[in-house]
Design a protein around this ligand. Sequence first.
Ligand code: KDG
Length: 337
Amino acid sequence: IVVALLVIAMAVSLLAGCGGSQPAQEKKAEKKVIKISIGLNDASPEYKGLAKWKELVDKESKGRLEIQIFPSAQLGDDIKTMTALRAGTLEMSGPSSSPISTIDKKWMVFDLPFLFASEKIVDSVLDGPFGQKMLDSLSANGLVGIMYMENGYRQLTNSKHAVKTPDDIKGLKIRTMENPVHLAAWRKLGANPTPMPFSEVFNAMQQKTIDGQENPNTTNFLQKFHEVQKYTTVSNHVYTPFVIMYSKKLWDALPKEDQELLKKTGKEASKWQREHNRKVDAEALEGLSKAGMTVTKLTPEQTKAFQDTTKDIAAQFENDIGKDILAEVKAEIAKVK
Ligand code: KDG
């Protein structure tokens, strides 16, 4: 009986394997994992935007492409991960535009103080030919620019006193991103600036090796900087976008249809993220105030004092950025005004 049962079982399984009613065995396309590193944590609007993208990519590719997001610099800070992308050992990273200037100086254009006077200008320049040209130019350096996401206007925080005028900045030890324009601008304002990767900023403020730093309200709140900082100045002194980028080495190995899918869904995610960021920025500022920070909103006159003090920075860096790039961005801005 045992033998007979075995024979029947074998026959059934054989029939199931090549039976007429079964579809011809499809070769299941291999699942591809795409890792992306960011410095901010998983509460950040950058993470949320990437989570949205992950969802869109999953749906469009029917689960074949999987984006995995690694927050809080688990895979390294901006400069380290860009190096990994160029070497082809990591697929993606989402740094601020500022550290890209360590690879290509023209990216310093986005670091110029008070360059973008409104979100309308931001949208028009980044979504227009200039923004696209900048993304495309990354390929000369082993990177593929997929999309921009919004970090937002940067605001100054510190642990010493309220800042209302450039005079109040004198002597403050301010962490900046690793970027010469930021260093020059803060020096001009009288600060003692120190460049530092993002993941070290909280500890440096806690240990008081620095007095302050500057980042958008969302970062200041969601990274809990209010636990180690007392004063926020809504200074809107610079807008540095996130650049969501892919390793060119690994991108070139992707099938064309996957490249198109990633870019297409990227457009949608980028739009979603910008809207999300703008919704939560005011909430974050309120959160900082509720958490006990003293909030100073610069008046237009006060803002002008900061603009006047930093007005020569563009000329100082025009050769690094390139006169053509500066002229182009200014022309794009003028179109909006
Ligand atoms: O995920 C982005 C971060 O790595 C970083 O770019 C954030 O603006 C930032 C900063 O101040 O370093």
